[in-house]
Design a protein around this ligand. Structure first.
Ligand code: BT5
Length: 270
């Protein structure tokens, strides 16, 4: 049986967005869609351009970590954005993307949660990771690349043993194969709506509401992992500008910025 593919011709008739995903670079295999997106963005690729690949041979996570991306099993893609905002505000886009992905997954009847800053989780395991990268001058953004990796139809034996305890897929959890094309179109459409709302008046209320109401960590004890430290804290709130407010055991509070930290539950991944 021929594998379902994610070339633009395969999904354009199902896509309702105006510009998100209307210019698509499609690959059967690539090292990393984010790396390719950055190259294309620096050559002038326009806002909403999507780079999508059936597999990645060197998929990247944050802080030099790797992202496994087996062929035809997931959504491995990057979106090029050119927001006219201060560079400091670019991190907010990660929350907007997370909300859009969450909404699309929920529409499938699958109840995922958002783990600030960049994961979507299901049954305490990671289903999706977001990697936001930016090229900017002091006051202007040249481009932002949003990398999205969603484990869609991986079977358990297709997840490497060393991350099997912390990773899952939509298929594993729902016990059903999921239509990647429909999910892709839904994410692009939802993201365009939230992103436009954000650009119009810096309003990310809809996205933040989704992130707060479906948070995997708010109200819970978590570990705040920085370069040289790991402290226990309670996750209190996600602020209007997308930072995580935590309270440490000694009563002191801190607003965390996504690039600086990882958070974990006290027991296992969440
Ligand atoms: C992330 O990093 O979660 C961001 C992942 C972004 C991947 C997309 S795919 C398309 C685009 N092109 C790229 O090259 N990247 C983006 P981080 O929070 O650092 O999590 C990475 C960690 O997640 C790894 O160290 C593993 O423990 C785990 N991991 C690796 N592959 C995974 C997978 N497929 N599913 C779940 N967990 C995974």
């Amino acid at each position: 049986m021929k594998e379902e593919t994610l070339d633009y011709e395969d999904f354009k008739s199902d896509l309702s967005s105006k510009y998100m995903g209307r210019s698509v670079y499609y690959f059967d295999s690539i090292d990393s869609t984010n790396t390719k997106a950055k190259k294309l963005a620096s050559k002038g690729a326009k806002e909403g351009t999507v780079i999508i690949s059936e597999e990645q041979t060197a998929g990247r996570g944050r802080l030099g970590r790797s992202w496994i991306s087996p062929k035809h099993k997931g959504l491995w893609m990057s979106i090029i954005l050119r927001p006219n905002i201060e560079p400091i505000n670019a991190v907010k886009i990660t929350q907007i993307v997370a909300a859009a992905i969450h909404k699309s997954i929920n529409c499938l009847g699958i109840k995922s949660l958002i783990k600030w800053p960049n994961d979507i989780v299901l049954n305490d395991k990671k289903l999706c990771g977001i990697l936001t990268e930016m090229n900017a001058e002091l006051n202007t953004i040249n481009y932002v690349v949003i990398g999205i990796g969603i484990n869609v139809n991986l079977n358990e034996d297709e997840i490497p043993k060393d991350i099997r305890a912390i990773a899952t897929s939509l298929k594993i959890e729902s016990k059903d194969t999921v239509d990647r094309k429909a999910l892709l179109c839904s994410i692009l459409a939802n993201f365009e709506i939230f992103y436009d709302e954000f650009l119009k008046n810096f309003n990310m209320e809809t996205a933040l509401k989704i992130c707060r109401e479906n948070s995997a960590i708010l109200g819970k004890e978590i570990q705040v992992i920085k370069k040289d430290s790991c402290l226990c804290a309670k996750a209190i709130d996600i602020t209007n500008d997308g930072r995580l407010l935590v309270e440490y055991k000694d009563g002191s509070k801190e607003y965390l910025i996504s690039e600086e930290v990882s958070v974990r539950g006290l027991m296992g991944y969440i």
